[in-house]
Design a protein around this ligand. Structure first.
Ligand code: HEM
Ligand SMILES: *[C@@H]1O[C@H](CO)[C@@H](O)[C@H](O)[C@H]1NC(C)=O
Ligand SMILES: *[C@@H]1O[C@H](CO)[C@@H](O)[C@H](O)[C@H]1NC(C)=O
Ligand SMILES: *[C@@H]1O[C@H](CO)[C@@H](O)[C@H](O)[C@H]1NC(C)=O
Ligand SMILES: *[C@@H]1O[C@H](CO)[C@@H](O)[C@H](O)[C@H]1NC(C)=O
Ligand SMILES: CC(=O)N[C@H]1CO[C@H](CO)[C@@H](O)[C@@H]1O
Length: 351
């Protein structure tokens, strides 16, 4: 290029050449920026925007914030309940509020009553109902249930000590909710790591994103049936899963002694800091304090262990990755005007 310019003394031509250089440089830089951007950060699809309700429901954020704060203060188990319901909703046919729909004789058994749900917690449904009622008073027919769920989830993660991330808005509520769609879309604690990795991969999540997302088990609890096989009659030769820390196993055995007669018995997912959203969950895994078999497996499998070790050592790295992966989950297969609606009630389709 320099040679071309110096061998040509025509001023006009030089200016044009310079213009080309500037243009091409600009194009290359924008291309690189776009590639870098799309690699590191999942971008919201064009239909979602941060200011979606700015004009139609200007108090959207204040209303959610007020009701979520009150509910969490009243019932501290709400945060984990909502996070879990949000994740289930997004993984079964995309984030469309379908998990909020109740079963009825017209549409049959809905997602939230699938066997795999093991009673998705009522506090999550209660919170969404409270927020929706307030929204309908303020701006009727405008705010979708799935936007309420996605935003409440983000607020609750922050309130329990976790990271903040922007939640783009404008999702529509889906028109289908069937229990039969749940199986095969959600991992179970007794699945192999290969199977679990595949389930996340099909939905576009890397192994590292998967390990970050499951870090949500830093809050909440699991019922004894979900891990009792690790405690009682584990195998022919070993009564208890050898991957469990022995003292922890003793405590869990006492807690779950009556689990067959009392199915409500449950243990904290993070035994050290159960209500705090932090990186303790990963430190626990390193010490055999993982509650579910699938939790503990992440500390042993060579594909997941490096990420477990990274997050155990660096909470900032966990928070950054978790926030990005949650944003990605929150825009998975969202509905638009064509295939969705704004429900009047979150537990029922509009007629
Ligand atoms: C390998 C993948 C996963 C498996 C096998 C799994 C399994 C489970 C099980 C069995 C429970 C206990 C439910 C109960 O007994 O009521 C549970 C609870 C929970 N899960 Fe997961 N989960 C996985 C991934 C995730 C992800 C990615 C998130 C969120 C981003 C999540 C969030 C939660 C939360 C917050 C709870 C506590 C719920 C509460 O306290 O009400 N899980 N999970
Ligand atoms: C409108 O949305 C933007 C985010 O894009 C926000 O910063 C701003 O505060 C909003 N304005 C009102 C009035 O809510
Ligand atoms: C895993 O658990 C579910 C129910 O809890 C059961 O139906 C299934 O057979 C189990 N799978 C394996 C591979 O053990
Ligand atoms: C289990 O049941 C027995 C007999 O009803 C009772 O004495 C014991 O306290 C129960 N244990 C737990 C952990 O609930
Ligand atoms: C922790 O992770 C963050 C984010 O990736 C990084 O900026 C920081 O340097 C890491 N800290 C240490 C001590 O490695
Ligand atoms: C198997 C099981 O526990 N299913 C439950 C799913 O959730 C509904 C309501 O949230 C319960 O009624 C079901 O028993």
């Amino acid at each position: 290029m320099a040679g071309l310019l110096s061998s040509n003394n025509n001023n006009k031509k030089m200016r044009i050449n310079k213009l080309y250089v500037v243009l091409i440089t600009f194009l290359i830089i924008s291309f690189v920026l776009v590639v870098v951007e799309s690699k590191g950060h999942p971008r919201p699809p064009p239909t979602l925007t941060l200011d979606y309700y700015n004009k139609t429901c200007p108090h959207f954020n204040d209303i959610i914030s007020r009701i979520v704060t009150a509910k969490q203060a009243e019932t501290p188990t709400t945060a984990a309940a909502v996070v879990r319901v949000f994740f289930h909703d997004c993984m079964v046919d995309g984030c469309d509020g379908s998990t909020l729909v109740a079963s009825n004789h017209l549409h049959g058994t809905a997602e939230r009553d699938a066997d795999v749900n093991l009673s998705l917690p009522g506090d999550a449904f209660d919170l969404v109902t409270r927020v929706k009622t307030a929204m309908e008073l303020e701006c009727p027919g405008v705010v979708s249930c799935t936007d309420i769920l996605a935003t409440s989830t983000r607020n609750l993660i922050m309130m329990t000590g976790g990271p903040f991330y922007e939640v783009p808005l404008g999702r529509k509520d889906g028109l289908v909710s069937q229990a039969s769609r749940v199986l095969g879309n959600l991992a179970l604690p007794n699945m192999t790591m290969t199977h679990i990795i595949d389930m996340f991969k099909i939905k576009g999540f890397t192994v590292q994103e998967m390990v970050a997302l499951i870090g949500a088990h830093t809050i909440g609890f699991s019922h004894c049936t979900e891990f009792s096989n690790r405690l009682f009659h584990y195998s022919r030769t070993q009564p208890v899963d050898p991957k469990l820390n022995p003292k922890y196993a003793d405590g869990l055995k006492k807690l779950c002694a009556n689990y067959t007669t009392d199915p409500t018995m449950a243990a904290f997912n993070d035994v050290m800091t159960p209500g705090k959203f932090d990186n303790m969950y990963y430190k626990n895994l390193q010490r055999g304090l993982g509650l579910l078999a699938s939790d503990q497996a992440m500390a042993d499998d060579p594909r997941t262990r490096p990420t477990v070790d990274l997050y155990a050592a660096n909470e900032t790295a966990f928070f950054n990755d978790f926030a990005k992966a949650m944003l990605k989950a929150s825009i998975y297969k969202i509905r638009t005007d064509k295939d969705g609606e704004v429900r009047h009630r979150c537990d029922a389709f509009n007629e």
